[in-house]
Design a protein around this ligand. Structure first.
Ligand SMILES: Cc1cc2nc3c(=O)[nH]c(=O)nc-3n(C[C@H](O)[C@H](O)[C@H](O)COP(=O)(O)OP(=O)(O)OC[C@H]3O[C@@H](n4cnc5c(N)ncnc54)[C@H](O)[C@@H]3O)c2cc1C
Length: 470
């Protein structure tokens, strides 16, 4: 099937000792903090007779359940904010992909709880005030402190959730969706006053009010520090600037970035930054691009495929253009390694982080394999560099050109359709189950490649994925 390329030289490389710099307990700690914060708000509810009110009749039952759902919704909203605040500790424990997935799950859960809160409180108050629900809601919004703000906040959160439903999101340009999504912060902020001014659980206890202010300040602070402060600091401290712009293939450009004190960046091969090139209007829009070569004190390199207006702009960059850095992010690094042998499964531009990893990872000759898929021969990037890596480090490289198998999801080209995806992989890497498998490319292709690796007997802990989001 593929074109093979192997050359081994007698390299004496020390045995690979997997080393982790992201301790496993970090993840547990994140889970504990999030779970603990939920327990705190439930404890507040219990402390304020929340349980007793369940058996005081329909009005009491509705109102107290409404209070509980409100507390849980509000707490999860803060967890939401912290999940996407890019706190290095959290980012390195989960990675962007998984954080985005959890953000989505927590977001919809929090929203559903918020809707339940609004309905239950309106029904409960109407029942105890012996008023119609519409009348009650009107009075709540116009007469209760902070409720007008909370109503505006709810409208913002409804807009964010509606535009994040897959169907709606698919119809929006990424930039438009991202801009609308920022209203979530407004929604969270506008909800706070009514919680403190009318929330029975906070009014009853100054300690609870202090705790809740503390939680809000910590969440807002983490966004300011890690999404604005740290990127600004790194950009000013390292002064990154475009040093060269190099065409790699049709519609693919490499950008070399130099800067100061780059060796001090906590950066690994396999990671990405969100890049902003200060080259005129639209510079505020950041785009994530992985490093396409191992980081070096002399400079960084990214390689970008022209997919839309943001990536197309890269071709117009000029040396000397200032760059704003946000990151580094990503867990597709040596940290996640568990085995001496590695196999890289790359498709198209997804080769970028894997090419960088092949340069940085320690491995013995013959212990690293790259399976590189592309639609056409002309689409393969970095041929000369990969040949040099094969010669210098004994990497086995399989170029697998051809359009996809028709009629089933597959990582392979059409001409290999007679084989199952697992057979195709094991034909190239017979001892694949003893490898760490790093996978990057378009989403659907990744799903097929990961399924094939699992089908070929590779445990989930040895499969490491970076999704480019399309
Ligand atoms: C972790 C990661 C690493 C990446 N590394 C590379 C790389 O090394 N080389 C490369 O060519 N591409 C890479 N990408 C993809 C690249 O970010 C998108 O192709 C680019 O942002 C497209 O923007 P656009 O304006 O050109 O196209 P648009 O038409 O605006 O977007 C095309 C698609 O790209 C995605 N996208 C757009 N903007 C963003 C954004 N700011 N954040 C996340 N996704 C976005 C959306 O899902 C959208 O559907 C990476 C993406 C991610 C998430």
């Amino acid at each position: 099937m593929p074109e093979t390329m192997t050359a081994t030289r007698n390299h004496r490389l020390r045995a690979v000792q997997p080393r982790r710099t992201t301790p496993g307990w970090w993840r547990d700690a994140c889970g504990l903090v999030a779970g603990g914060s939920l327990l705190v708000v439930v404890a507040l509810w219990v402390q304020n007779r929340g349980v007793q009110l369940l058996s005081t009749g329909p009005a009491g039952l509705l109102t107290t359940t409404g209070r509980l759902t409100g507390l849980l919704a509000a707490d999860l909203l803060l967890v939401q904010v912290v999940l996407m605040a890019r706190i290095p500790f959290v980012e390195r424990s989960y990675g962007q992909d998984e954080l985005a997935r959890r953000h989505r799950l927590v977001g919809f859960t929090s929203f559903n709880l918020m809707v339940a809160h609004i309905v239950l409180i309106a029904l409960g108050y109407a029942a105890s005030d012996r008023k119609g629900v519409v009348r009650e809601v009107w009075d709540l919004v116009w007469t209760y402190p902070g409720m007008l703000l909370a109503t505006a906040g709810t409208a913002a959160l409804v807009m964010v959730v509606v535009t994040s439903v897959r169907l709606a999101r698919a119809r929006l340009r990424y930039e438009s969706w991202h801009l609308l999504h920022l209203y979530a912060y407004l929604g969270v902020g506008l909800a706070l006053p009514h919680q403190l001014w009318t929330g029975a659980d906070f009014l009853a206890s100054p300690a609870a009010t202090v705790y809740w202010w503390g939680a809000y300040i910590a969440a807002a602070g983490s966004v300011v520090v890690f999404r604005a402060g740290l990127p600004l600091w790194r950009t000013l401290w390292h002064r990154p600037v475009v040093s060269a712009v190099v065409p790699e293939a049709a519609g693919v450009i490499s950008v070399h970035i130099s800067g100061r004190r780059l060796r001090r960046l906590p950066l690994r091969a396999g990671q990405f930054f969100v890049w902003r090139f200060l080259d005129g209007p639209g510079w505020t829009r950041g785009h994530p691009y992985s490093l396409s070569a191992a980081p070096s004190p002399d400079g960084l390199r990214i390689t970008v495929k022209d997919l839309g207006d943001g990536s197309r702009r890269i071709a117009e960059l000029r040396p000397g253009t200032r760059v704003a850095l946000e990151g580094p992010y990503g867990r597709l690094t040596a940290d996640s390694r568990t085995r001496p042998k590695v196999t890289m499964l790359a498709s198209g531009i997804g080769v970028t982080p894997l090419r960088a990893l092949l340069e940085e990872l320690p491995y013995a000759p013959g212990e690293a394999t790259l399976v590189y898929r592309a639609g056409r021969e002309a689409d393969f990037l970095f041929r000369a560099e990969l040949a040099a890596l094969a010669a210098r480090r004994g990497v086995r490289i399989f170029y697998v050109p051809g359009h996809r198998v028709i009629g089933r999801e597959s990582w392979m080209p059409h001409r290999a359709a007679a084989l199952s995806d697992e057979e195709g992989l094991l034909q190239l890497v017979p001892d694949l189950r003893d490898h760490d498998v790093f996978v990057c490319g378009p989403d659907a292709w990744i799903d097929a490649a990961v399924a094939a690796a699992h089908g070929a007997g590779v445990p989930a802990a040895q499969v490491h994925v970076e999704r480019f989001g399309w």
